[in-house]
Design a protein around this ligand. Structure first.
Ligand code: ZN
Length: 49
């Protein structure tokens, strides 16, 4: 494993940050979802299931 390239291997940063969805509690892996602290599915529902 080459941990020198952080920008070239997105899979290598799977445990770089661990954020869970504030709605359902699912682990978020997408940068966009992590930034919002909410999953894409919950975000579309506006946080209401
Ligand atoms: Zn969610």
């Amino acid at each position: 494993m080459t941990a020198s390239a952080e920008e070239l291997k997105p899979e290598d940063e799977e445990q770089r940050i661990a954020v869970r969805c504030k709605v359902c509690g699912s682990w978020l892996t997408d940068p966009a979802s992590v930034a919002l602290r909410i999953g894409p599915k919950c975000s579309r529902h506006g946080g209401v299931h």
